[in-house]
Design a protein around this ligand. Structure first.
Ligand SMILES: [Ca+2]
Ligand SMILES: [Ca+2]
Length: 341
């Protein structure tokens, strides 16, 4: 080892042994540091989808239930207006593109006709097997007076199958962690987290100790998403209807943490909507999904749909590597102290 030789040629004989130990441990520390850095660099991003190239439909598998559901994987929202007639804008600061995924369920033009329906898109060629963070942007669009406004965004990760929709208020699908938020307060629970088909109704695990942002005690929900139209029904305090929302899902397989967070595009920090330490962790591989469900037979109008954009999945570095680095650094510093005496 040439570097080793050069290093020791400059060392006095008396301290050669200490220096050799010091150098070996320093090398280990540097190797460990390099491993961590490489690990972070290599594993930082597992998946991205911005829908901007127009070919995203080939990269996702769509499953529908109900006869009038649709997916547009190259939807241009440049000219989409909100309830007040203003452009909906973009969900990320500085974003210049306006192409995303549009999902609709139970959509039609005749109020009064309709059926409960769901649609989910699953990313192809993605198999999450480690701890990850998933982020995406969502807009629950509704400007159809006279039609049903209560719909749910449905999304999740670690789905070992690409079959099954989240239909009505429960997933037909048989795998993964699911998260679903009502666009407004049309049901008893707007925020629902599920493992496979089992909904977690432990209130303490949700923001404001409630799954219902409309409850008078749900002050954080309502300050997070303030009402935008006063007495009007196109926006209600605490609900995601008619606004861009940044969503973040976290799964840490070491601790068992499963966390669901949201924020407005201009917020500095996410707000935790739901958090649990999953002791059993039975859902340990699979892909991601984005979806929409209409849990009521009343029809959704032509301007009632969910938009998604800027999907990304990053791996959480394993803490074991950091532990190795810590041990190595402690050993290195210990030797340094002994030499200094
Ligand atoms: Ca996009
Ligand atoms: Ca309102």
């Amino acid at each position: 080892m040439k570097l080793n030789g050069q290093f020791f040629s400059r060392c006095g004989a008396r301290n050669a042994r200490n220096h050799r130990v010091s150098f070996a441990i320093a090398s280990l520390a540097l190797f460990a540091a390099g491993s961590v850095l490489n690990s972070q660099a290599n594993s930082a991003t597992l998946y991205t989808e911005n829908f901007d190239d127009g070919n995203a439909s080939s990269r996702w598998t769509t499953v529908t239930s109900g006869p009038v559901s649709s997916a547009d994987f190259a939807f241009d929202y440049t000219s989409v207006l909100d309830f007040a007639g203003n452009p909906i804008g973009v969900p990320q600061t500085g974003q210049t593109t306006h192409t995303g995924l549009k999902l609709a369920a139970n959509t039609g033009s005749t109020p009064g006709s309709g059926t409960i329906a769901g649609i989910n898109a699953y990313a192809n060629s993605l198999n999450l097997t480690t701890s990850v963070v998933m982020t995406f942007d969502m807009y629950a669009h509704f400007t159809d007076t006279g039609f049903g406004s209560t719909n749910y965004g449905t999304y999740g990760f670690y789905h070992s199958t690409q079959t099954g929709t989240f239909n009505s208020l429960g997933p037909v699908a048989t795998s993964g962690y699911w998260f679903t938020n009502s666009s407004d307060n049309g049901t008893s629970s707007a925020m629902r987290a599920l493992e496979v088909g089992t909904q977690d109704n432990t209130a303490a695990r949700y923001l404001d100790v409630s799954q219902n942002p409309g409850a008078v005690t749900s002050v954080t929900y309502q300050s997070l998403f303030p009402d935008q139209d006063g007495a009007g029904g196109f926006s209600q305090a605490g609900y995601v209807l008619n606004r861009w929302v940044n969503v973040r899902l976290t799964r840490d397989m070491t601790s068992g943490l499963v966390k669901w967070e949201m924020k407005n595009p201009n917020d500095a920090n996410y707000t935790t909507i739901y958090s649990v330490i999953d002791a059993t962790q039975t859902q340990n591989s699979g892909t991601i999904t984005l979806g929409m469900t209409d849990p009521f037979a009343s029809l959704s109008g032509p301007n009632t749909y969910f938009l998604y954009d800027n999907v990304a999945v990053s791996e959480i570095p394993e803490p074991a590597s950091l532990t190795i680095l810590g041990i190595a650094m402690a050993g290195f510093l210990g030797v340094r102290r002994r030499i200094a005496r």
